[in-house]
Design a protein around this ligand. Structure first.
Ligand SMILES: C[S@@+](CC[C@H](N)C(=O)[O-])C[C@H]1O[C@@H](n2cnc3c(N)ncnc32)[C@H](O)[C@@H]1O
Length: 255
């Protein structure tokens, strides 16, 4: 008896522009920065909605280590996975061959303009739920196998709450993966101050506290500190880290 082939959804292709002129428009938005007025959700929407359709093209060259994070999470068939701060849901492209075999993947974000792109991307996948919610408040209805955040923790002012919540939603043995910019402990103080000011203009709040907190929470972990090229500024390399921690099954791990 022949086994029917799994039908995978067609690859997402947004009508976004890519190339130099699309980059100029994105760079202009980054130059204008994130608005200072309004709620956190309103500021995200005002910042991202004019660039949502061009988001992926530029960020593919700015946000490094996302594929490596996914690979190190070692997502397995049948698992329940959550991404907090999913943006346009581009992580689906990185696990496209696995998505149909998952029990479920929940993509959570607070910005409707980016979620619109994520919903287009998720079309046809039965295992994907796209959820508009604040990552500090949202909770899954059952424990999950893996949670990850890709360049989202630095954009969430209440980041300690998000880490506690992510830890709490994991099953024993579950994994938390994070890739994000940061201020390295080994970094030059002047350089760290410049990076902090630069990124905060766009609502990205670099911190020297994220990585130590993660290492304290997860005794068993993989951690790598790296540098990423900035598009059009090839001489500049921004510090970022990649972290994957495994929740211990024995009581006593830090929360
Ligand atoms: C730099 S983007 C990264 C998006 C995506 N993870 C990626 O790698 O391309 C940061 C994301 O965090 C989301 N975000 C910020 N604060 C949030 C919050 N409180 N709850 C949920 N998402 C949030 C933003 O809307 C945005 O989509």
């Amino acid at each position: 008896m022949s086994v029917p082939a799994v039908q995978y959804p067609k690859a997402f292709s947004s009508k976004q522009g890519s190339g130099f002129f699309a980059d100029v428009r994105t760079l202009w938005r980054l130059f204008l920065g994130q608005p200072r007025k309004g709620s956190h959700a309103q500021r995200l929407q005002a910042f991202y909605s004019p660039q949502a359709e061009r988001y992926d093209s530029f960020r593919a060259r700015l946000l490094h280590g996302r594929q490596d994070l996914i690979d190190r999470l070692a997502i397995a068939p049948g698992e329940y996975i959550v991404e907090l701060g999913c943006g346009t849901g581009s992580s689906l492209d990185r696990i496209s061959s696995q998505v149909c075999d998952l029990a479920r993947i929940d993509l959570v974000d607070l910005c409707p303009a980016l979620l619109e792109q994520a919903r287009k991307r998720a079309t046809g996948y039965q295992t994907v739920r796209v959820i508009e919610a604040d990552a500090t408040l949202w909770k899954p209805d059952q424990p999950v196998d893996g949670v990850f955040l890709s360049y989202a923790l630095t954009m969430i002012p209440q980041w300690p709450e998000v880490l506690s919540s992510a830890y709490a939603m994991l099953k024993p043995g579950g994994r938390l993966g994070i890739v994000d910019f940061h201020l390295p402990a080994s970094g030059n103080r002047f350089a760290n101050a410049v990076w902090k000011a630069w990124f905060s203009h766009d609502g990205v709040h670099l911190s020297a506290e994220h990585l130590p907190r993660l290492q304290q929470m997860f005794a068993e972990n993989f951690c790598s500190e790296r540098r990423a090229h900035i598009p059009y500024l090839s001489g500049l390399c921004a510090p970022y880290y990649l972290f994957v921690g495994k929740k211990h099954s024995v009581q006593g791990d830090a929360e």
